[in-house]
Write a protein that binds this ligand. Sequence first.
Ligand code: SF4
Length: 345
Amino acid sequence: MNSQRIADIVAKHGLEKFRAKQISDAFFKKHVRSWSEVAGLSAAVKEKLNAEEPVLRLTEHKLLESSDKRTYKALLKLGDGRIVESVLMEPLPGHWTACISCQVGCAMACTFCATGRMGLLRNMDSEEISDQVLYWRQFIAARKMDVQLSNIVYMGMGEPFHNRRHVFDSIDELTNAEGFGIGSRHISVSTSGLVKGIEELADRHPQVNLAISLHAASDELRDRLMPVANKAHNLDDLAESMQAYLKKTNRKIFIEYILLDGDNDSQAHAEQLATWLNKIQAKHLLHVNLIVYNQTESAHRESSRERARAFLGALEHRGVSATIRKNLGRDIDGACGQLAVMDQK
Ligand code: SF4
């Protein structure tokens, strides 16, 4: 459900124009799950809409819950039977975050990522993307969880800027004050470095947070780990694009760096990363998130705690702001880089 669909339904079923606001409030503010619960509609209209207009364009196929109850992973079935994954998690006490997908699979083929091994099956449309947020809001309301879904991250399956039109339309929808009403600063988009998308984000949604999946600070290594993304835009192109973004928005960029044992986690790699970052002006606006690798079927292995701490120390020593990010949901394969549904229709 989104604002365009509500407008279409109102027109198609000959409802009075003011019904659009009632319907919008019912779905986006009260999080009702069926037309029967939308106040003000006649019984006959409710029955017709229940039969003809599904509220969500995806259905829950499977739900997994982590043992600490701070992560939930849903496998959601789309209209054509394809399945995507979406995660609800509480990375900090009280900060519930939905990690949403924007493509079924991904064309970028990053070697450490389970989604990358699926290849790209198709783009999701903007309603399918924002429906994941509505699904989690309904989930929270139905379970009476007494929590607020406060943040949305485009870090699930897919490369957001490889599906720019639908991703930007979905951000318009999520930030629409009459609809989802989510503040731009509570939304983050993570890209493997597609520069057109970075430019467009700065122009259309300068308050939305940008995260760059970097994972290597030399083209030689990045070509190996992220072959498609780095061939499209090498590190020089990416640095230039980040520079332009910082100049335009004056907003922080988060650099995501998954630590892979023996591949990119040595002291020399840390030095290379610090040197690359320190060349970018306004480096006070850069923050590195070091991510502990979640084992998938790839040949990569997770770095030891000692190596991770030494890597962090080397960055800090060179004046780079960085933290090691804690991973949630590893017991249900709901953590970063683990999302994949190989068994598609
Ligand atoms: S890490 Fe992101 S861009 Fe790379 S393959 Fe996985 S989903 Fe795609």
